[in-house]
Design a protein around this ligand. Structure first.
Ligand SMILES: [Zn+2]
Length: 108
């Protein structure tokens, strides 16, 4: 009795069944079936599991909404939070909250 969810990005129903989850035929977004609103396991670029309160180091420059002055490689982000969605890591850089894709950081 598993109900296929709709795409969390573009809300197209009936996603394709991918190897390790669902894939949206419309926008190409792939996600895990049990995701829903819950935070799922977040792993850094090395596969280490991240938990709330961890410190991470940026390993790929982050561009912030097209604005100049992104987050540079080597920037340490302290005491991250984990949230549901495509950018599961939330942290504070220079007083600003940012959302980060997990494979752009490693555990500090
Ligand atoms: Zn989609």
């Amino acid at each position: 009795m598993t109900e296929a969810p709709q795409c969390p990005i573009c809300t197209t129903p009936e996603p394709l069944i991918a190897e390790d989850g669902f894939e949206c035929a419309a926008c190409g977004h792939a996600w895990l079936p049990e995701l829903s609103d819950e935070v799922h396991e977040v792993r850094d670029v090395n596969g280490a599991v991240l938990v709330a309160g961890d410190d991470v180091v940026v390993i790929k420059e982050l561009k912030l909404n097209g604005k100049s002055g992104g987050v540079k490689i080597g920037t340490k982000i302290k005491s991250i939070r984990l949230v549901a969605g495509d950018h599961p890591i939330e942290g504070k850089v220079n007083g600003r909250n940012i959302m980060i894709i997990a494979d752009k950081v490693r555990k500090a």
